[in-house]
Design a binder for this molecule. Structure first.
Ligand code: HEC
Length: 99
């Protein structure tokens, strides 16, 4: 799958809540998520596996950002398949969102 399709998936499904600026007060910025997950999983494959599994089934037990659950409430289940979520997670790993 090419990079622009992955960008489309992310921009279509995640950025409404996970913006790159500070204007959204209902969910953490995508950069915060990227930082937390890269700290926990510097290895790209581990990052993709953990994130796609979590987004498939959001839950407090395996959250890396439980203070954000307290702050915003648990992220809703979105109903995307695992393969799509792996593509999106790879895009999140690879992208510099500060540009
Ligand atoms: C309707 C709003 C909404 C949408 C859409 C959304 N999220 Fe979230 N997400 C949240 C909120 C709120 C949190 C913070 C609370 C939490 O961690 O559950 C969050 C947290 C996360 C986390 C951190 C999980 C943790 O360890 O706690 C990841 C990873 C994540 N989102 C990925 C995604 C991806 C990938 C998409 C697109 C496929 C997406 N989100 C779409 C609202 C959303």
């Amino acid at each position: 799958m090419n990079a622009s399709y992955k960008a489309l998936l992310f921009n279509g499904n995640c950025i409404t809540c996970h913006k790159t600026d500070n204007l959204n007060k209902s969910a953490p910025r995508i950069q915060e998520i990227q930082n937390n997950y890269k700290n926990a999983f510097p290895n790209k494959k581990d990052f993709i596996d953990y994130m796609s599994t979590w987004v498939l089934n959001p839950n407090e037990e395996t959250s890396l950002m439980s203070t954000d659950i307290k702050k915003y409430g648990l992220m809703p289940q979105l109903g995307y398949d695992k393969t799509t979520l792996e593509e999106i997670s790879e895009y999140i790993y690879d992208t510099n969102f500060d540009n």
